[in-house]
Design a protein around this ligand. Structure first.
Ligand SMILES: O=C(O)CCC(=O)C(=O)O
Length: 263
């Protein structure tokens, strides 16, 4: 059985900056994972009075259901298609979670941004100081794992279609040092305002495999049931290259090159 992406999905990734993979991991695994996540939030799924904040962020989740969700055949095939065989590291965990609850308060974390990849060499005050460079050091993909059903009402992540390409152009002059997440996100938001948007909706078990430079944003929850989103990076095993003598570019690299050419 073949699990790879279709030609259309491959083209979509380069053009729009993401592909949506439905049934990327089983709903039963998501259910086991949600039971763990509920416990860690300290909230009660049956008692809305305990849903006292609009957003709860959890640090790296490494229990068995999370490791299984990140390592299905269909996802590994997608990683091979987008990043290249032997060019990525299997995940041992699912990274941090962003859990959004229906709540009247503004969550205060819904700005357009690009996710950071590597820490600065000097002291780090916060995640906002982490950096991103044009070769996407330490990050081969941004991934959005839906651990609950997400409709338009359930705070789907907003995505600016094609925004990864202009971001490559913004990063190029900064060379290997790159830019801090906060600096790049401000520039990227400005440069991509008005681009068409997509919403990362889908059934439980859907995964969006996104280009690391994709400009995206959270939003307030307007639905009924909390939204559980895992948002791990895929780490590269080898450095991404933007000049290859043999022309064996991955689709992540191809999209960056296109952006650098103004495409
Ligand atoms: O909650 C979301 O939909 C996205 C959150 C996000 O992009 C982030 O925390 O970096």
């Amino acid at each position: 059985m073949s699990f790879g992406l279709t030609d259309e999905q491959r083209e979509q990734f380069v053009r729009d900056g993401f592909v949506k993979i439905e049934t990327a991991f089983p709903a039963e695994i998501a259910q086991e994972a949600r039971a763990i996540l509920w416990q860690e939030t300290g909230c009660d799924p049956e008692d809305r009075r305990t849903w006292s904040r609009p957003v709860v962020r959890l640090a790296d989740c490494a229990q068995e259901p999370f490791r299984k969700a990140a390592n299905t055949d269909v996802l590994h095939a997608g990683f091979n298609d987008l990043v290249g065989e032997n060019r990525w590291v299997p995940r041992e965990s699912l990274g941090g979670f962003v859990i959004r609850f229906p709540h009247p308060d503004d969550p205060g974390d819904t700005g357009w941004h690009v996710d950071a990849s590597f820490p600065p060499t000097d002291a780090v005050d916060s995640y906002f100081d982490w950096r991103i460079n044009v070769r996407s050091k330490w990050r081969a993909l941004l991934m959005l794992f839906l651990f609950s059903d997400v409709t338009e009402e359930d705070a789907p992540t907003r995505i600016r279609l094609g925004s990864h390409r202009p971001v490559a152009g913004l990063l190029a002059p900064a060379g290997d040092d790159g830019m801090s997440m906060i600096e790049l996100s401000g520039l990227a938001d400005h440069a991509t305002t008005g681009m068409p948007e997509a919403l990362a909706t889908g059934r439980t078990g859907t995964v969006y495999l996104c280009h690391p430079f994709l400009v995206h944003a959270g939003q307030a929850h307007r639905g009924a049931a909390p939204r559980f989103l895992g948002q791990p990076p895929l780490y590269p095993r080898v450095r991404l290259e933007l000049e290859r003598e043999d022309g064996d570019y991955s689709l992540v690299e191809t999209a960056i090159r296109l952006g650098l050419q103004g495409g």
